[in-house]
Design a binder for this molecule. Structure first.
Ligand SMILES: [Zn+2]
Length: 249
């Protein structure tokens, strides 16, 4: 298992030992012993799969929020649809990670995304998360098209909120908090990109991820274009020759 993922496992185990209930955002929220475990999927859906398998092994459930129009992944890719359906079948919640900044009228944009998501995965969306929320949404109690969002006061002010944004808990570690000590309800935002890795430094994590994506994209172009395939094979053969040359020298 990835080193960082082991740390995530230990983190969840502490919540389990403390008797926390892993709650859905659609449940009524009380001040005691609820953990709202949230995953915003900003970069890669396969990382969500890895994370969910670990959660399954611990017998806990999370809510996964996906972008419909991400520049980082294609939600409709068959393997991505399969992962999201599998999350749902295994009892995790699935919903929309909404980026309001791409719309002139975000309300209309959300209605459009909601229709797509609900039809595609045969679910009723009941709470969304917002990608890089502008000030407007923080603590704003307004529903969007009748739907809750994760920055409403019941999830964001009435209970403690922790996030691993930028690859660390910048406002204190959840396990060191008074709220955890007193078994108070917590919303915990975890981005799989920071945990499904062996790297520790956030720049190294992202650099490794970008390299992995370049490799995948090269394979994709090569398998759809013969001249590029030959070009890539040529580079690899050349690299091998250089490496063998080094060994001989
Ligand atoms: Zn996001």
């Amino acid at each position: 298992m990835f080193e960082k993922l082991k740390k995530y496992e230990q983190l969840l185990q502490r919540f389990i030992e403390k008797g926390y209930n892993f709650s859905k955002f659609s449940e009524s929220i009380t001040t005691k012993k609820q953990l709202l475990l949230r995953h915003d999927i900003d970069f890669d859906i396969s990382l969500a799969h890895e994370m969910s398998c670990l959660e399954d092994s611990l017998g806990v459930k999370a809510t996964y929020f996906f972008m419909i129009r991400s520049k980082s992944y294609n939600l409709l890719l068959p393997e991505n649809v399969e992962i999201i359906q599998s999350l749902k079948e295994r009892g995790h919640q699935i919903s929309i990670h909404f980026d309001p900044t791409i719309y002139e009228d975000f309300f209309q944009g959300f209605q459009w995304e909601r229709n797509i998501f609900e039809q595609l995965f045969n679910v009723k969306v009941n709470c969304i998360s917002i990608h890089r929320p502008i000030e407007y949404f923080l603590g704003n109690n307004d529903f969007i098209d009748g739907i809750r969002h994760t920055y409403q006061p019941i999830y964001f002010q009435d209970i403690k909120y922790f996030s691993d944004s930028h690859g660390e808990f910048r406002y204190g570690h959840p396990l060191d908090s008074q709220e955890f000590l007193e078994s108070r309800s917590i919303q915990l935002l975890i981005h799989p990109i920071w945990w499904v890795t062996n790297q520790t430094n956030s720049i190294n994590i992202l650099t490794e991820f970008v390299d992995y994506r370049i490799e995948l994209f090269q394979q994709h172009i090569a398998s759809n274009c013969k001249p590029y395939q030959k070009y890539v094979e040529g580079i690899r053969a050349n690299q091998t020759a250089v490496n063998i040359g080094k060994l001989v020298a």
